[in-house]
Design a protein around this ligand. Structure first.
Ligand code: PLP
Length: 397
């Protein structure tokens, strides 16, 4: 049982402006107040003796002497986060964000001319850029597998991706939850097909920790990059990178520093002087999630996302193109056709919703339509969604 009622009554736990209808939790996350308070306490502790905190207690790679802590602070935090993700602390490192985690993998691999990196057409643009960057330096090729959409069919996606795997395929990068379409993709099945073909898989799970129940090792993937600052209530910037034990040896952070060649965790735990407070505060985010009841939070968010999709589509005379089974905590709904089809139309609607109605929601153009992606979170309910429904229904073309 949740310890308290979900919905707008819980909004005081966040710093969110009460005048804004906030339906965009997924974009950059929103850390609860108490987690920020905890982070500030860590910062205060750092500033009482900065050199000692950062160079003696934080990580083995930065250790300058004195009595070595039994467990450096980064490792203690990694162990707590790993346990939440079904993983071992030794297989998990902190990075700034999912982009940094994916970059670490992409930039650690060696590609030759003609090698292929396979992504899907719904892959996040910044990760696609990183793949293009490493490919062009090596003369390798990026291939995109088309996601069947709006008529989404997970089976057809798996077959299309499998058909793309060839003797030159060196890596598959696949989202666990796609960014704009908000689809939960069958990553375990994709990983199984890739394993059969001898191709390693990097999963972009930016939207997954705190949104879906996650047991990373059971997915059978090689690397899993994710954010804690979106759905796991961590302060920004808190990303993680999990690597299967046999994929850790040649894996390096995007910034090379003192830990080079000292081992996976040592190398990532210290990449120069940084503020470690977001990672060290990440366990406090998970504690709040557990206090609310993680299963209840997931159920609320999923149910609200699905019901939001039905409410909006009914009101706008459109349709949610996917079944409930492939959505998590976000739903993507087309707005009425009269509101346009282009990125400029999407930007205009996004601005009007915010400026005229105080509604913060993701709006994008895709597949010949403009769509809103609604994030469900425990501080929202259907009354927030109804405001969005009215604002869009009343908007002129
Ligand atoms: C699927 C996906 N991957 C990666 C990212 C990048 O996250 P970050 O900017 O925190 O690195 C996002 C951000 O929204 C995303 O939706």
């Amino acid at each position: 049982m949740a310890v308290r009622a979900f919905g707008p009554a819980l909004k005081h736990e966040w710093c969110l402006d009460p005048r804004i209808t906030y339906l965009n939790h997924g974009t950059v996350g929103a850390p609860p107040r108490r987690v920020l308070t905890h982070q500030q306490a860590i910062r205060d502790e750092i500033e009482r003796q900065p050199a000692a905190f950062l160079l003696r207690g934080l990580s083995n790679a930065s250790f300058v002497g004195g009595s070595r802590p039994a467990v450096p602070r980064m490792r203690a935090a990694a162990a707590a986060v790993a346990a939440f993700l079904g993983a071992r602390g030794d297989d998990l490192v902190f990075v700034d964000n999912a982009s940094a985690g994916a970059n670490a993998v992409l930039r650690s691999l060696t590609f030759a001319p003609g090698d292929e990196i396979v992504l899907t057409s719904h892959g996040y643009g910044a990760i696609l850029q990183a793949a293009r960057f490493v490919a062009r330096r090596a003369g390798a090729v990026v291939r995109l597998v088309e996601v069947p959409y709006p008529a989404f069919d997970a089976g057809r996606l798996v077959e299309a991706l499998t058909a793309q795997l060839g003797p030159r395929t060196r890596l598959v990068v696949v989202d666990h939850v796609t960014a704009e379409s908000a689809l939960v993709l069958p990553v375990a099945e994709i990983a199984r097909r890739c394993r059969d073909a001898g191709v390693p898989v990097l999963v972009d799970g930016a939207h997954v920790p705190g949104a879906l129940a996650l047991d990373i090792p059971s997915l059978g993937v090689d690397w899993y990059a994710a954010n804690l600052h979106k759905w796991a209530f961590s302060p920004r910037s808190a990303g993680v990178l999990w690597a299967a034990p046999d994929r850790q040896a040649d894996l390096h952070p995007p910034v090379i520093s003192w830990g080079l060649d000292q081992g996976f965790t040592e190398e990532f735990d210290w990449v120069g002087t940084r503020d470690p407070s977001p990672w060290l505060a990440a366990p406090a985010g998970l504690e709040f999630l557990e206090e609310l009841g993680f299963a209840q939070v997931r159920a609320w968010n999923h149910d609200l996302a699905w019901r939001a999709g039905q409410l909006l589509a009914d009101r706008w005379g459109t349709a949610v193109p996917v079944p409930e089974s492939v959505i998590g905590t976000m739903v993507t709904v087309p707005v009425p056709a009269r509101l346009g089809t282009t990125p400029a139309d999407a930007a205009r609607l996004r601005d009007r919703l915010l400026v005229e109605h105080g509604i913060e929601v993701q709006v994008h153009a895709a597949a010949g339509a403009v769509w809103t992606r609604v994030s469900a979170q425990v501080y929202c309910d259907l009354s927030d969604v109804a405001r969005l429904a009215d604002a869009v229904a009343d908007a002129d073309a």
